[in-house]
Ligand binder design. Structure first.
Ligand SMILES: Nc1ncnc2c1ncn2[C@@H]1O[C@H](COP(=O)(O)OP(=O)(O)OP(=O)(O)O)[C@@H](O)[C@H]1O
Length: 225
């Protein structure tokens, strides 16, 4: 599903501030995998996630998504993958705080002009499934960190995302909320959704069957903690 071959990422190439953020990254993630990526601050985790999500492109190397070279895709095709196949759960949640939970979940459809009552009903069912029943009309800036993460997950599910990419999803949560968010992600994985989580938290990584560690831009598979 996701194949990275000899991926390199260099920021500000040729300048004094040049940073070699990713070095010779070879990584395969299959459909239905649940993967944790850990590593110290500045090691290249977010850079890697942004490349996988199609938000950024590598300086060199090949990235295939479902067998197709991403560099050969049109902007439209890349955009479709980013918006429909991949649900990004960001560190800062990526939600509109002044909008309601329901509107945040439906936002991609509203923007795309496809919003209708059927979609609203689907969004309500998903909100219930992720543990947020009855909160549809609440503004997201009135929710707890754990609840906001669930709204972001609900938005990805409402778009029928096949992959959820989560950058430090539990960074702002206490241990009880971390556990229940991980329970939800594991359940979604059991239902066939591919999950990729970047986390500093060993407890989060321990619950993922496949684990990688990045250090100074290089990645290696690990199972030992
Ligand atoms: N847009 C950018 N321009 C220049 N350098 C960047 C940019 N983004 C990241 N970097 C640099 O690339 C390296 C990897 O950064 P990245 O954000 O991928 O690390 P990280 O492992 O996600 O860190 P953290 O855990 O602190 O979020 C760092 O040295 C960082 O300063």
């Amino acid at each position: 599903m996701i194949e990275l071959e000899k991926i390199e990422k260099i920021y500000n190439a040729g300048k004094a501030s040049e940073t070699h953020a990713l070095k010779d990254i070879n990584l395969r993630i299959e459909e239905g995998d649940m993967v944790a990526i850990t590593g110290p601050s500045g090691s290249g985790k977010s850079t890697l996630l942004h490349i996988i999500a199609g938000i950024d492109s590598p300086s060199s190397g090949e990235y295939r998504f479902c067998g197709k070279l991403v560099s050969d895709m049109s902007d439209k095709e890349r955009c479709r993958i980013r918006n429909q196949k991949i649900g990004m759960i960001m560190q800062d949640f990526g939600l509109l705080g002044n909008d309601t939970v329901l509107r945040n979940v439906c936002l991609p459809e509203v923007i795309g002009g496809r919003y209708n009552r059927k979609f609203e009903n689907k969004a309500k069912e998903i909100l219930s499934a992720v543990g947020l029943p009855g909160l549809e009309q609440k503004k997201t800036n009135q929710l707890s960190g754990g609840q906001r993460q669930r709204v972001a997950i609900a938005r990805a599910l409402a778009m029928d995302a096949k992959i959820i990419i989560a950058d430090e999803p539990t960074g702002a949560l206490d241990s009880e909320n971390t556990d229940s968010l991980m329970d939800l992600l594991l359940e979604l994985n059991r239902q066939g959704i591919t999950i990729i989580i970047v986390s500093h938290d060993p407890k989060v990584a321990m619950r993922c069957p496949i684990r990688y560690r990045i250090e100074d831009g290089r990645i290696e598979r690990t199972k030992i903690y």
